[in-house]
Unconditional design. Structure first.
Lengths: 102, 417
């Protein structure tokens, strides 16, 4: 299923600067694996070693937090929009010598 | 010199320097102060603390500051009240109230975290200190900023209790009332912190700010004679206080100042905004945010608690429980505390007393268990909550006859006289 994925600013360094990515996946777990194939290292930012989504990463399917749907098994259909949002508003800045305010 | 060696991500453990940052760049987890406990243990002792000032700064070695307290020198060391009358009413023989209604200078436990945060902001060299607040934090930030000669900006939901708005404005900060929930105010403040580079005590200074709450727990232990109680009931908004009380007790034990920590930490929230209690009661670690908090306990009306998961974990790890209190129960409990112990608490205090009552009824707290109720703010700040629930004065003419008539009409009055 062709879905649109929104990438938050702090993770765009991993996705070669892209804020929106179109990809194909049947569920969220597949989606993350697909992203990892294309942009190595993104999975480690989104998931713990055991594969579950990190506590402070929220993934929304069409505005609904997948934690309150079927989690990683949440099915995707054509046209769905998946947003990846760090739990703490504002998120962290990337790069730069001066540590980010958050 | 302090013993803080840096910050550490609570989720993935990545270390960071002790800078004004609060989010892990790798996993977005919250950062926490990391101490050199080994070095600390060589310095800290019961005697050293006991010889310190009657304030939170007697625990200075365990706080993340490098120099001396810049503001809030008289903060903390509030009374631990043996609550015999309230105990009788609730069915407890060893009940105490940790009474931060008299916290100096702004009558809530927030003075503890702000004294540390503003001291730290000054150490970092920030010219402006700010916060998002449900009321008590705004009062405290404004007061300490005034004391420290700093400019301050406080952001509050526009429906905040009048007493809290006035109690902030008096110190002449910049007050911004936002038409939204606290969660919306906080989200906006993250963006403002990012753009303007101000010291937001509960955002970019949060790791240092949060440590101030440990003193609430340190004092309980010291005031009980270096003993951790069997139960501590704590109200929760963002969830930070209950996690830090627990951390403080664990630190004292780790440093050898306490022999054991048998304490069960119980969380108290309002029925109209109790996502942490809900998680505890349903045994689900994923906190379901409350989109529209509806409770008279506005100080606890945080639908998306930043430390929600950690608060849940502290309750579970310590073998504690949680309960909700309805608006009616809150008002009733404020009156009960006032009428039995002469302590006038704000709505959060009512929540905590009401929840304690429930936990006793449920058999979670035993009759003879050493129990401490955390009262975090003064009732004069939330007068609206109890207005209408109190008996109006007897209104008489200035004659003995007039008074005698009233006394005859009100048997209860006569009984007390």
């Amino acid at each position: 299923m062709s879905v649109l994925v929104r990438i938050p600013t702090p993770l765009r360094a991993v996705t070669k600067g892209q804020g929106e990515i179109k990809t194909d996946a049947g569920n969220v777990k597949e989606l993350i694996d697909r992203l990892e194939q294309e942009y190595a290292g993104i999975k480690a930012r989104l998931c713990e070693e055991n594969g579950s989504v990190r506590r402070f990463i929220n993934i929304y399917l069409n505005e609904e937090d997948i934690r309150f749907l079927q989690g990683l098994n949440t099915a995707l259909k054509a046209g769905d929009e998946v947003s990846i949002v760090p739990a703490i508003a504002g998120g962290a800045r990337t790069g730069g010598g001066v540590p980010a305010p958050f | 010199m302090g013993y803080a060696k840096g910050l550490k991500c609570r989720e993935c453990g990545r270390p960071y320097p002790a800078n004004p940052i609060h989010v892990c760049e790798f996993c977005f987890g919250p950062l926490e102060v990391d101490y050199d406990y080994l070095a600390m243990s060589r310095q800290v002792s019961r005697q050293r603390i006991e010889s310190g000032p009657p304030s939170i700064w007697r625990y200075r070695d365990l706080l993340p500051i490098e120099g001396e307290a810049a503001v809030g020198r008289h903060c903390g060391y509030t009374p631990l009240v043996r609550a015999r009358n309230l105990g009788k009413a609730l069915g407890l023989t060893h009940l105490y109230v940790k009474n931060d209604t008299v916290s100096h200078p702004t009558l809530s436990f927030k003075d503890r975290v702000v004294a540390v945060a503003v001291t730290k902001a000054l150490e970092f060299g920030f010219p402006v200190v700010a916060c998002a607040s449900t009321g008590n934090l705004a009062n405290s930030v404004a007061a300490h900023a005034a004391e420290g000669g700093l400019t301050s900006f406080v952001f509050i939901p526009s429906d905040l209790e009048q007493g809290k708005v006035l109690g902030t404005s008096i110190y002449a900060p910049n007050v911004v009332a936002v038409d939204g929930t606290y969660d919306e105010v906080n989200r906006l403040c993250s963006e403002i912190a990012d753009k303007y580079g101000w010291a937001f005590v509960n955002i970019n200074i949060r790791p240092y700010y949060a440590e101030g709450s440990k003193t609430f727990g340190y004092e309980i232990a010291e005031q009980l004679g270096w003993r951790a109680p069997e139960h501590i009931i704590v109200p929760a908004a963002g969830g930070s206080l209950i996690t830090k009380i627990w951390k403080g007790l664990q630190e004292l034990w780790k440093l050898g100042l306490l022999m054991a920590v048998p304490t069960r930490m119980h969380v108290a929230q309002a029925a109209g905004c109790g996502p942490i209690v809900t998680a505890v009661k349903t045994d689900t670690e994923v906190i379901r945010p409350v989109k529209q908090p509806r409770t008279i306990a506005k100080s606890l009306a945080i639908g998306n608690p930043a430390d929600g998961y950690y608060a849940y974990k502290v309750v579970k790890d310590s073998g504690g429980a949680g309960e909700h209190a309805s608006d009616e129960e809150i008002v009733d409990a404020i009156q009960l505390l006032a009428g039995t112990e002469g302590i006038f608490a704000e709505t959060a205090g009512g929540v905590t007393v009401a929840v304690t009552r429930k936990l006793v009824q449920q058999g979670v707290i035993g009759r003879d268990d050493l129990t401490v109720i955390s009262v975090t703010g003064n009732g004069l700040k939330t007068q609206e909550a109890v207005q209408g629930a109190l008996q109006a004065p007897a209104h008489i003419k200035p004659t003995l006859k007039s008074f005698d008539e009233v006394l005859a009409q009100r048997p209860a009055m006569a009984a007390k006289a």
